[in-house]
Design a protein around this ligand. Structure first.
Ligand SMILES: [Zn+2]
Length: 190
C-alpha cells in the first residue's frame, strides 16, 4: 500500500489516535518523565511561542533521536532466512526486556507519531482553564478550552474581559447600524 492509499483509508483517522493519546495523558499512572507529554509540550512551545530568534526545533530533534534509540521505541531492519531464500523486515528494537513503566508510553507514543505525520500533534492541548487543565484534542486550530463550561469560567475570571466585551458590543452595534444604513441607501438595487 502506498502512502497516498494509506491517507485515504479509514484506518487513518486522526480522531481515533487523538482520543487514545488524550485518554492516556489524562490517566493517572504515567511515568514522571513521560515522553509523550514531553514531546507534545515541546511541540506546543515550538509552534505557539515562535519568536523568530530561537525555537525548540533542536531540542525536539535531539529528544526524538534519543527516544528512537531506546528499546521499544525505535525500529531496525533484520534479515532472516526463509526456506532457500531470505527476507528483510523492520522490527521493533527490543534488545532487552522492558519494565512495565518503560513499556507503558509506547502505544501513545506511536499514536503521537501518526498524529505528527498528519501535522496535528499540536492539537493535543491542555485546557487553558487552570482549575481544569485536562488534556483534550482541539478540533479547531485556535481552541484553548476543552469545553464551553471551561471557556465561560475562565473568561468570567478574567478581569479585563468585561471592558473588552463592552467595547466589542459597542463596535458591533456601530457596525450593524452602518450596515443597515448602507443597505437602506443601496436598497433600490435588485
Ligand atoms: Zn477544561
Amino acid at each position: 500500500m502506498t502512502k497516498k492509499d494509506k491517507s485515504l483509508s479509514h484506518a487513518f483517522e486522526p480522531g481515533r489516535q487523538a482520543d487514545f493519546i488524550v485518554e492516556y495523558l489524562n490517566g493517572s499512572d504515567r511515568p514522571p518523565d513521560d515522553p509523550v507529554e514531553r514531546w507534545i509540550v515541546l511541540e506546543g512551545h515550538h509552534l505557539r511561542e515562535w519568536t523568530g530568534e530561537s525555537n525548540y526545533r533542536d531540542e525536539i530533534v535531539k529528544f526524538l533521536n534519543d527516544m528512537f534509540s531506546r528499546p521499544g521505541f525505535g525500529w531496525r531492519r533484520v534479515a532472516t532466512s526463509i526456506g532457500n531464500y531470505y527476507d528483510i523486515k523492520s522490527q521493533l528494537n527490543l534488545e532487552r526486556p522492558l519494565s512495565p513503566a518503560e513499556a507503558k508510553p509506547i502505544p501513545a507514543f506511536n499514536a503521537a507519531l501518526e498524529l505528527f505525520s498528519l501535522g496535528l500533534l499540536d492539537r493535543i492541548r491542555r485546557c487553558a482553564h487552570e482549575e481544569c487543565s485536562k488534556w483534550f484534542y482541539a478540533k479547531l486550530a485556535y481552541q484553548r478550552f476543552h469545553s464551553d463550561e471551561c471557556r465561560s469560567a475562565a473568561l468570567a475570571a478574567d478581569p479585563g474581559r468585561k471592558q473588552r466585551r463592552a467595547k466589542y458590543m459597542r463596535e458591533n452595534r456601530r457596525t450593524k447600524k452602518n450596515l443597515a444604513l448602507a443597505r437602506k441607501k443601496g436598497g433600490k438595487k435588485p
